[in-house]
Design a binder for this molecule. Structure first.
Ligand code: AMP
Length: 444
């Protein structure tokens, strides 16, 4: 299928040509004709599949026709869970709509009111917003949604996780019931279906990537870590590899993201943190620096990295495993974008085994275990009892090879819980013989 066959307007086709897109992705080929036929859609697609264009293109197509109702409020509204994702969608609107006259803008929490008030005082076609600030404008009478033609919910599962359900329902209630509604979500569980039941009319279900399928062009690896210092040494080793162009390192907490970024910077890496406690300005600056290559290693938390679309991320490193399996899929989707290949490496410490089991159950496959010569774990990975998790029930080879020598209490699970971020040079008696493999040699 080609974009021309989708009957998109010439100005949209011109913009797609300028982007260098040859053909629609799977989700685009499925969703665009249905959305253009004014159907409600509930679509499951992972990030990295081209889902943004799957809703932005039909929305722009709608704007190429005259409005159905008079007024100055938006005709299209996209709700996203995070500011980063909203910025990404806003950029997509500008990119794909650059040969059209589209008055678009973002309404985001944490950003100054002045510009948003200016935007809302004039006619506007396309708004991308996070729910909280939009409600604020709505309740203060600064935003009128009475001429809205299309409501789009992006990453609806994450909006649910972040407790935005009531806000979303309130916003939907302020729009005309004749509107078209599109809902995109990485996962389609019963909560999403319940939300969809209240907001969508006879929706078409589009399921491009079932939960079990993760990104085919991403090589996934698992490394067992005995302790926090061991994780630090693994990270240091990986980042020293020349083939790491840009990397995102995920940590469990904002504080860890800060201290890990600081430690990496002290080691000479172009590293920076990205998390929700930073001001929006600081987050934007960090992302811009990542785009420009001034930051090579971004240490991020889940929420902050949601929707992050930086090209050329060669590696995603899960320094800490995510608690929620869905987040694993979102995290690794930061690499291997738009046809490129990527590597996702996850560290698992002995106290994270239940998270690993959840991830493997969710993705339906065991993460391939790797070992870096000289940085092998002292303790084998102790899987949950048979039947308690996916990996165990499939009888996957769970034990990591033992390094010769005795294990030592200071590198055990308790150390992995330690809050200290110090790089923890190993004691002489437990120091790994660091055999830095050369580039062509694969970790076994
Ligand atoms: P998304 O899943 O929306 O986050 O998009 C992932 C990446 O795919 C973005 O960098 C887009 O620019 C890119 N992209 C979207 N549609 C296409 C297409 N049809 N062909 C090639 N790249 C695309």
């Amino acid at each position: 299928m080609t974009f021309t066959e989708l009957n998109l307007s010439p100005s949209i086709l011109k913009a797609l040509g300028a982007c260098g897109y040859k053909e629609p992705t799977g989700i685009q080929a499925e969703a665009i004709p249905k959305a253009m036929a004014a159907q409600d859609i509930i679509a499951s697609a992972q990030t990295g599949t081209g889902k943004t264009a799957a809703f932005v293109l039909p929305a722009l197509q709608r704007l190429s026709a005259p409005p159905v109702a008079p007024g100055k409020g938006p005709r299209i509204l996209v709700l996203t869970p995070t500011r980063e994702l909203a910025n990404q969608v806003t950029d997509a609107v500008r990119t794909y709509g650059k040969f059209m006259r589209v008055r678009s803008g973002a309404i985001l929490g944490g950003m100054p009111y002045r510009e948003q008030l200016r935007m809302l005082s004039a006619p506007v076609d396309f708004i991308v917003a996070t729910p909280g600030r939009l409600i604020d404008h709505l309740e203060n009478g600064r935003l009128n949604l009475s001429r809205l033609e299309m409501l789009i919910l992006d990453e609806a599962d994450r909006m649910l996780d972040m407790g935005f359900v009531e806000d979303v329902e309130k916003i939907a209630a302020a729009t005309p019931s004749a509107r078209q509604t599109l809902m995109f979500s990485a996962t389609l569980d019963h909560r999403i279906k319940k939300l969809a039941g209240g907001l969508l009319k006879n929706p078409e279900l589009i399921q491009i990537a079932p939960n079990q399928v993760t990104h085919a062009n991403i090589e996934q690896r698992l490394l067992v870590a005995d302790s926090l210092p061991h994780k630090n040494r693994l990270l240091e080793h990986l980042l020293a590899e020349q083939d790491v162009k840009k990397a995102i390192v995920f940590s469990a907490t904002k504080r860890d993201a800060d201290s890990l970024a600081k430690d990496l910077a002290a080691l000479g890496h172009k590293a920076a943190a990205l998390h929700g406690d930073m001001t929006q300005g600081a987050r934007n600056r960090t992302i811009t620096n990542m785009h420009r290559g001034q930051v090579k290693v971004l240490v991020a938390t889940d929420v902050a990295a949601r929707g992050l679309d930086v090209t050329g991320i060669s590696h995603v490193i899960n320094f800490d495993l995510p608690k929620f399996a869905e987040d694993y899929v979102h995290r690794i989707g930061r690499t291997g974008r738009a046809g490129a290949s990527g590597i996702a490496i996850s560290f698992v410490s002995h106290n994270e085994i239940s998270y690993l089991d959840r991830i493997e159950k969710f993705t339906g496959s065991a993460l391939p275990l790797h070992v870096i010569p000289g940085l092998e774990p002292m303790q084998p990975l102790r899987r949950l009892a048979k039947g308690k998790g996916a990996g165990a029930s499939r009888g996957r080879a769970a034990a990591a090879p033992q390094r010769s020598g005795k294990s030592n209490a200071s590198t055990s699970t308790s150390a992995a819980n330690s809050k200290s971020r110090r790089w923890g040079a190993p004691r002489r008696d437990q120091a790994p013989v660091v055999v830095y493999r050369n580039k062509s040699q694969k970790a076994s």
